[in-house]
Design a protein around this ligand. Structure first.
Ligand SMILES: Cc1cc2nc3c(=O)[nH]c(=O)nc-3n(C[C@H](O)[C@H](O)[C@H](O)COP(=O)(O)O)c2cc1C
Length: 182
């Protein structure tokens, strides 16, 4: 039998490696950040899902303002995403504490994160409370093309992180499965 059983509680690690993101919010005159690795692309349209709940301070801002920015983290930000994801913004200003720069967004009150490779301004269009899933529509996206480090960071789920590696180009074979314009 070539397949060995994998402990079921580790199965999520096989699907986990989406990009590690930092989510910015702005609520009651205060910017905040959290780290999120549980994200999902829901369509070729800019519709995304994030999984988080009331155990985090950011959840209140997401529910009340219905806005956020998704910042895409890269390999050079590995320790920053850990700082942001292991502290709560209830008492501290994470931008100031961790050397991050908020930049004004154009459609939402949550700030862009200057140090991220890319930022997506989003509006919350649904919240599925039973599963703590926020459904977001991207309304504007930004990318820092001049950035030297462009390797996106992935969380394995066990405290180990991976940066993008080899690239495989298969555009022709993908044919009409690719959406127009990508
Ligand atoms: C690598 C990493 C990934 C994380 N992914 C998630 C996630 O997907 N969903 C979530 O609710 N919390 C996640 N967290 C935890 C939150 O970022 C953390 O609870 C944070 O302190 C919340 O900040 P806040 O209280 O200021 O909102 C992650 C933390 C780390 C370090």
């Amino acid at each position: 039998m070539p397949m060995k059983e994998l402990e079921l509680q580790k199965a999520f690690m096989l699907l986990e490696p989406g990009p590690v993101t930092m989510i910015s919010t702005s609520h009651e005159g205060k910017h905040n950040l959290m780290t999120i690795s549980w994200t999902m692309v829901m369509d070729f349209t800019p519709r995304f899902a994030l999984l988080t709940g009331s155990w985090n301070y950011s959840c209140e801002a997401l529910l009340k303002t219905k806005e956020c920015v998704i910042g895409i983290a890269t390999a050079d930000l590995v320790d920053t995403i850990l700082d942001v994801g292991t502290t709560t913004g209830r008492k501290i200003d994470k931008f100031a504490q961790f050397g991050l720069t908020p930049l004004p967004a154009s459609h939402v009150s949550a700030p862009l994160i200057k140090e991220c490779y890319a930022n997506i301004e989003c509006r919350v269009v649904d919240y599925i409370e039973q599963h703590s899933i926020f459904v977001l529509d991207g309304v504007k996206a930004w990318i820092d093309e001049d950035r030297k480090e462009k390797r996106i960071l992935h969380a394995r789920g066990d405290g180990i992180f991976i940066a993008d590696g080899e690239i495989f180009e298969r555009r022709e074979k993908m044919g009409d499965k690719l959406p127009p314009g990508v």
